[in-house]
Design a binder for this molecule. Structure first.
Ligand SMILES: [Zn+2]
Length: 444
């Protein structure tokens, strides 16, 4: 457990998502990191650093109208790029001759697809292992001069589909090889690509301060969480939005935290063990294992992949003190960006001067630990908190270890495990899920 106050800003939301569809997608998806690189040489003015004090107000984000305007502008640019995508090559038509790109009518509009993309994603049993569904060739095996022609067919399973025939197919594939893609699949691929190119990112996270989380906080019953998938879906959706969730009526057992975590997936093992105990002991190897005050922090930030979820189950709470408190670092980061943009930029910049960093981190820390930002709660026995360790900072007041026992049992779950479960439940209950900020609709 680390005491680093500096947390990782949401760099994940700045990095590009998987850009498999087309080479130009990559170029546009990288735009955001480039914007950040332009901050490289800028440092805050001394006057901006001195005597800085925030006036905290409620959570802020761009207004819906601002976000919509930005999105429309980006989609317009994406469409212009799409029009240029097959420049200089013939565009193949329905029942036409082979070409590098083809036009397919989707919902009454001719849409252009690069045949390399269609060939690369061929779902036939020669291209995908029927059991594992894994691809059996490499993308780099697709020849540069690949061309395809297509006709319409009605696939028994997938409905209306295009069937492609190949000129200069991947080595080893005979002339009888055909590729079928359903119109549903093409529509989804198109939407994904346009969203990626346009830089559209859906983000359902709700930023919170004390007032907001006091109103929106969620408690879930242990038995319902363990036995009902719709309750689990509701709970994990809330956890994803707020980064904070509470479970009540948890059985008094050291295994309960394992059961709660396993409902999401595999536990993350660390050098503290698969689960670990937060209780005071002599000559503690970690400050958490003392009765001292523990400031706002995230766990294991010094590792390559810090834990995503952290679970803390209260087994004994019989000492005075020991209250937990939480602060939403994304809310504080948004406030910092609005109130002191230069400090925000400094914290997004590496390397930066230590002096600028200190000034910026003071400003950030003030926002994080402002009374209005903190949600305080003293966990009772039989209660468990689950929080996003990379977003929500946690802390603990000192307690008097001579007056009784305080014992929390903890566990971690990685982000891949959490998002896998969330996406499976999203697909089951909503027919769509969010991956890297892009909405993916379930297909037949
Ligand atoms: Zn194939």
């Amino acid at each position: 457990m680390s005491l680093n106050i500096t947390n990782k800003l949401s760099l994940r939301s700045l990095s590009s998502g998987p850009a498999r569809n087309c080479c130009r997608v990559t170029a546009v998806a990288q735009r955001r990191p480039l914007v950040f690189k332009s901050f490289w040489s800028r440092s805050p003015k001394v006057a901006e650093q001195a005597e800085w004090s925030p006036t905290t107000t409620g959570p802020t984000r761009p207004t819906k109208q601002e976000a919509k305007q930005l999105q429309e502008q980006e989609l317009k640019q994406a469409k212009q790029q799409e029009a240029l995508s097959c420049e200089g090559s013939n565009i193949g038509q329905l029942d036409g001759s082979p070409a590098k790109c083809i036009a397919v009518n989707i919902d009454g509009v001719p849409r252009i697809f690069d045949t390399v993309f269609l060939r690369d994603s061929c779902p036939c049993p020669k291209c995908r292992d029927p059991d594992s569904k894994q691809k059996v060739f490499q993308t780099s095996d697709v020849p540069e001069d690949l061309e395809g022609s297509y006709k319409m067919v009605v696939d028994q399973e997938k409905g209306p589909s295009i069937e492609l025939e190949w000129k200069n197919d991947v080595k080893g594939y005979g002339s009888e090889h055909r590729t079928r893609h359903s119109i549903d699949w093409l529509r989804r691929a198109l939407n994904t690509e346009v969203e990626l190119r346009g830089g559209v990112r859906h983000d359902e996270r709700v930023l919170w301060d004390r007032e907001k989380i006091t109103k929106d906080n969620k408690w879930v019953d242990y038995k319902e969480y363990m036995s009902q998938d719709d309750t689990l879906f509701d709970a994990l959706t809330h956890l994803n939005r707020y980064g904070l969730l509470f479970i009540k009526n948890v059985p008094d057992s050291q295994e309960s935290v394992v059961d709660l975590a396993s409902r999401i997936g595999t536990l993350k093992d660390t050098f503290y063990g698969r689960t670990w105990d937060v209780r005071s002991k002599p000559k503690a190897e970690n400050i958490a294992y003392t009765p001292q005050f523990l400031g706002l922090h995230m766990d294991l930030l010094y590792t390559t992949n810090p834990p995503h979820l952290q679970l803390l189950h209260s087994l004994r709470a019989r000492t005075p003190g020991g209250e937990s408190f939480f602060s939403d670092s994304y809310h504080a980061a948004h406030q910092l960006q609005r109130l002191a943009a230069s400090h925000f930029r400094t914290l997004c910049t590496f390397p930066t001067s230590l002096r600028s960093f200190i000034a910026a981190s003071h400003a950030y820390e003030k926002l994080l630990s402002a009374e209005e930002s903190l949600y305080e709660y003293r966990l009772n026995e039989g209660e468990c908190v689950i929080f996003d360790n990379r977003r929500v900072l946690h802390a603990r007041r000192a307690f008097d270890a001579t007056k009784g026992e305080r014992w929390l049992k903890g566990a971690y779950v990685d982000d891949d495990v959490f998002f896998s479960k969330l996406r499976v439940l999203e697909e089951k209950y909503e027919g769509k899920w969010l991956a890297e900020g892009v909405v993916r609709h379930a297909l037949k």
